[in-house]
Design a protein around this ligand. Structure first.
Ligand SMILES: Nc1ncnc2c1ncn2[C@@H]1O[C@H](COP(=O)(O)OP(=O)(O)OP(=O)(O)O)[C@@H](O)[C@H]1O
Ligand SMILES: [Mg+2]
Length: 370
């Protein structure tokens, strides 16, 4: 079987177009401006890939929007790794853009972010190696035609980037399938007495969640095949507000929500609440807080603001206000109905209530909490 062509591809109708489609214009402008050496089969040079991720202005005036907000060095190391014989492992707590960075890296390097294996406890070896089309297998016996290529096998054949999501959720014996692929750069097919060798340009990006550590720890043999890059939480509130605002605007456009030129204050408040509860201390560093059990990641802040904006658009005047985000915040903070609720009440009464200019926010949160 060959490439599964995406049914909605090329139409305006895909609910979430792939990165290489959404940012096709930026990628084309980068390719045109890029005169640096490109590794075999790369669409862009490592420098241009990093610029695509971090943003910048090209000599012809094209503005490349930042996709990842964070230390430049992290992106440089990640991109460089892909040009070596080691694979890339993106590690971090939930919501630190591991999947996001992996998609954009694959889109920029190979022009294709779709060669993806989603790791779960039930991921079989066939998802990483190959399977068989049983109708073909029964009529013709084992043959090339009967072979069903996994995304990894296709990436090897085409010299592209393959992605494996949530690597540590995959059972250890299945994970180990990757060892031969990554060290020998080949995939034996004993049934046909042949192999699929990786073509230059092939590499692999895996993501793994810090919190899953211990679920299926990577074997040291496999770990050695990866260069590990840890994605940190946003360093400052400003960075986090920028990430949320940018992403919310983008998602909002996809959902035909009006952009919120006003309402930016609300984003700052959501981010402040998330950061304070996550770190266990107020922004000014004066008061210690208890942290609830949820992760309160940037990704969750993005969804709280997006749903708030949808509420404001459909049932309000389109401006994001405290009551639009209050319920979302409560849902994100209170995961464990007993302990988290206490922590939230205490935070509301001791911090939010006393804060200048936060009266409306306090009232809105009180209303949904009671
Ligand atoms: N530093 C950042 N720069 C840009 N976007 C970010 C950043 N941190 C988080 N995001 C945003 O957060 C959202 C969620 O990120 P993503 O799903 O990639 O997280 P993840 O690390 O894969 O989480 P999980 O461990 O739950 O799979 C994305 O929409 C991304 O835009
Ligand atoms: Mg992810």
């Amino acid at each position: 079987m060959t490439a599964s062509t995406s049914v909605a591809a090329g139409t305006e109708e895909a609910l979430r177009p792939h990165a290489e489609e959404t940012f096709a214009a930026e990628l084309a402008a980068l390719a045109a401006a890029d005169d640096r050496p490109r590794p075999a089969r790369w669409k862009l040079s490592p420098w241009a890939v990093a610029t695509y991720l971090l943003g910048g202005t090209l000599p012809d005036g094209t503005v490349v929007t930042p996709k990842y907000v964070g230390p430049r060095r992290i992106v440089e190391v990640a991109v460089t790794t892909l040009a070596t014989d080691r694979a890339l492992l993106l590690l971090g707590v939930p919501g630190t853009a591991k999947t996001w960075v992996s998609e954009h890296l694959a889109a920029a390097v190979s022009g294709d972010s779709t060669l993806l294996v989603q790791g779960t406890a039930g991921t079989p070896e066939e998802a990483i190696r190959y399977g068989w089309n049983y109708a073909q297998l029964l009529t013709h016996g084992p043959s090339r035609q009967a072979l069903v290529h996994s995304p990894v096998m296709r990436a090897m054949a085409e010299g592209r980037i393959a992605r494996v999501e949530e690597l540590t959720r995959i059972p250890a014996d299945v994970q180990d399938t990757l060892i031969t692929i990554l060290s020998e750069k080949t995939l034996p097919i004993p049934e046909l007495g042949t192999e699929q060798q990786a073509v230059r340009g092939f590499n692999l990006i895996a993501t793994a969640n810090d919190r899953d550590r211990g679920v299926n720890e990577l074997s040291s043999a496999l770990r050695r095949r990866f260069n590990t890059v840890v994605l940190p939480l946003p360093a400052s509130a400003e960075d986090e507000v920028e990430i949320v605002a940018r992403r919310v605007a983008q998602i909002g456009r996809g959902l035909d929500l009006p952009a919120a030129p006003r309402g930016a204050d609300e984003i700052r408040r959501v981010v402040t609440v998330f950061r304070e509860l996550r770190s266990g201390v107020t922004e000014d560093g004066r008061t210690k807080l208890k942290s609830p059990s949820g992760t309160l990641s940037t990704a969750e802040a993005i969804s709280v603001v997006t749903s708030g904006l949808a509420l404001a658009a459909h049932f309000g005047d389109g401006v994001l206000r405290a009551p639009d985000v209050a319920a979302g915040i409560l849902g994100a903070v209170v995961r464990d109905p007993a302990a988290d609720r206490l922590i939230w009440q205490e935070y509301l009464e001791t911090i939010v209530r006393e804060r200048d200019g936060w009266k409306d926010f306090y009232r809105a949160c009180r209303e949904v909490s009671s």
